[in-house]
Design a protein around this ligand. Structure first.
Ligand code: PLP
Length: 599
């Protein structure tokens, strides 16, 4: 949590009354959303609108001006043009307000100076509804990261239990975030572990509560296809580890890619993606997405000139790459790619599955959206499929090269524009409220529960994975039956420098090596392993092994295999967290048996 966020939390905690200048009585306008939300949170609102003076909005009298309000006002929230703000700042000072708050899109340095000189706090270009719902630490439906950690029960009723620092601490340390972020003791029962909310639907308090939830005027849960409190806890944990604003968890890594792209894409639009993607992603992008009318072009991600030329096409809507590719360990130059994407007015989406936020935080280098297959290292135990879309909250959708569902009026939500109504939270709110609702690949709450537990040990596991991988890679490289090992941690690897810049802890624990003995040797090696499991997954605590030419890529002919970077003697391993001596001994034994069996 930044100092500015702490300032916002303090302002919102201390305030009781909020005057809203430019209040609308149209329930579909952002100012109405804000007033309704703030009122629900216990603030007294004072709508200001000369045209409506004397009438009521949300049961409160509307005043013509700030000076007409007969009670003390803490915050003056402004939905007006910047030119009007200096005068409003003077009025706010005159009535003794403590904070001048200018809404998203309203920036007036003149008003800021006037208010600050008089001792008022000033917040600009932000929305109190968005900041409150994001920073309050409530388990809402948004998966918004609060940045607040606590071992105290979540408040379920007022007044709150008194506690030092409001019962919260903050931390930027991954180990602490992995354990605590998003997961406070349950408000109702005190259960320390986030309960598994195994329910399909959630009750409404009354008709107005139901209407507010359906209209997205307050955070909360309606139906399990859109959100679930266990899943929301996981979303907050993942977003916190990435330093992001929010996340949306889904049924699988492939679902995450679909959900991430869907808000931006339309028939005729195009994705530029790295050639070095997980094979399943290449099939999804170049074959399955075609039936939506989405086009995909694969480029050599290290040829930055080629990437720049590819994104010149005005139909290109996103640039997509893996931070550390599966399985060939190619490291993307995220900073350079972000620069290219932003110059073209498109977001950079990074699949960070192999690196995880422990080894790489793509948002620190300019990535806008991050996707995960949580099936791999995040859950870590090979027991839960899942995916996540993470939003850094940095991309300005209103300024994107192509218009999108975020900027157009949304017919399913009474014509609101998500970018206008939800500001920095628009993308991730849209992922839940529209994309998950309509496409439906929701993460099962049980999988969220398992992944939450798995993630607590993510930093510890990643350290062990990487230490073991280095030892195994070195052993394999020195072995006479092995032609080559593709692991970016070797000094002579083509990606060594990039791995030094972008990856901490090592070069990852999923990599390939090639046997001199070719196809049959490959099959025999995996069959003869006793500790390494022969299966098609990566990122498990257990060491895993597979021979792609006879399994995942068996449908390809030799030329197609070559294009996919696969050769007949290639083996993919995912090095687990067992003792490295035992992993090496198993591989050594299998390699030995190979010579005995060799034709
Ligand atoms: N992204 C990467 C890098 C992967 O390795 C995988 C699966 O192996 C996926 C995405 C797809 O994830 P899932 O299998 O959870 O759909």
């Amino acid at each position: 949590m930044t100092d500015h966020e702490l300032q916002i939390v303090t302002i919102l905690e201390q305030a009781k009354t909020i005057a809203v200048v430019g209040a609308s009585d149209d329930w579909k306008r952002p100012s109405f959303y804000v007033m309704k939300y703030l009122q629900k949170q216990g603030y007294r609102i004072a709508p200001i609108n000369p045209r409506l003076a004397g009438q009521e909005i949300l049961g409160e009298p509307v005043f013509a001006s700030l000076s007409d309000i007969p009670f003390a006002v803490d915050i003056v929230d402004v939905f007006r043009r910047p030119d009007d703000c200096p005068e409003i700042a003077r009025d706010a000072i005159a009535i003794g307000a403590k904070c001048l708050w200018l809404q998203i899109g309203v920036v007036s340095h003149a008003a800021e100076k006037i208010a600050q000189d008089a001792g008022l706090s000033v917040i600009m270009n932000k929305c109190p509804k968005i900041e409150h719902s994001r920073l309050s630490g409530l388990l809402g439906n948004g998966g918004f990261a609060s940045g607040l950690l606590s071992a105290r029960r979540q408040k379920v009723s007022l007044p709150p239990v008194p506690a030092r620092n409001g019962g919260f601490v903050t931390s930027h340390n991954l180990e602490t975030l992995a354990v605590h972020a998003g997961t406070r003791p349950d408000g109702a029962t005190g259960a320390r572990i986030t309960p598994l909310y195994q329910t399909a639907a959630f009750t409404f308090d009354d008709a107005d509560h139901a209407a507010s939830l359906y209209d997205l005027q307050e955070p909360g849960n309606v139906y399990g296809r859109l959100s679930n409190p266990t899943t929301a806890a996981l979303e907050q944990k993942i977003a916190s580890l990435d330093g992001a604003i929010g996340a949306c968890c889904v049924a699988s890594g492939h679902a995450a890619q679909l959900i991430a792209l869907y808000p931006l894409m339309a028939p005729g639009r195009k994705i530029i993606a790295s050639k070095h993607l997980y094979g399943g992603s290449i099939t999804q992008f170049t074959q399955s997405f075609k039936s939506f009318g989405w086009d995909a072009e694969l480029v050599d991600i290290h040829d930055l000139g080629a990437v720049e030329r590819a994104v010149e096409d005005q139909q290109v809507t996103a640039l997509f790459a893996e931070s550390l590719s599966n399985p060939d360990g190619i490291v993307s130059d995220i900073e350079a790619l972000a620069h290219i994407a932003h110059n073209a007015g498109i977001p950079l989406i990074i699949d960070n599955t192999m690196a995880t936020p422990v080894m790489c935080k793509p948002g620190d280098f300019g990535a806008d959206i991050i996707v995960y297959s949580t099936t791999k290292f995040l859950s870590g135990h090979g027991n839960a499929l899942g995916g996540a879309v993470v939003d850094m909250g940095q991309f300005d959708w209103a300024k994107a090269r192509t218009s999108s569902a975020l900027t157009e009026p949304n017919p399913a939500y009474h014509g609101i524009r998500f970018a206008e109504t939800f500001g920095t939270l628009s993308y991730i709110t849209f992922c839940h409220a529209s994309v998950l609702r309509d496409l439906g690949p929701t993460m099962a709450p049980m999988n969220a529960f398992l992944t939450l537990t798995g993630m607590e040990t993510l930093p510890l596991r990643m350290r062990q994975h990487n230490e073991n991988a280095k030892k195994v890679a070195e052993f394999l490289r020195a072995h006479p039956k092995i032609a080559s090992v593709s692991w970016s941690g070797f000094h002579d690897s083509p990606c060594f420098e990039l791995s030094q810049k972008y990856l901490t802890l090592g070069a990852g624990s999923v990599f390939t090596f090639t046997l001199k003995g070719g196809y049959e040797a490959g099959q025999r090696l995996v069959e003869n392993c006793n500790l390494l499991s022969h299966l098609a997954n990566v990122g498990d605590t257990r060491s895993l092994i597979i021979h792609p030419a006879s399994t995942t890529h068996r449908q390809l002919d030799d030329q197609q295999k070559q294009q996919a970077g696969i050769n007949n003697g290639m083996i993919r391993v995912s090095i687990g967290i067992e003792n490295s001596d035992d992993i090496i001994a198993d591989l050594a034994g299998s390699l030995d048996s190979l010579s005995a069996d060799a034709p």
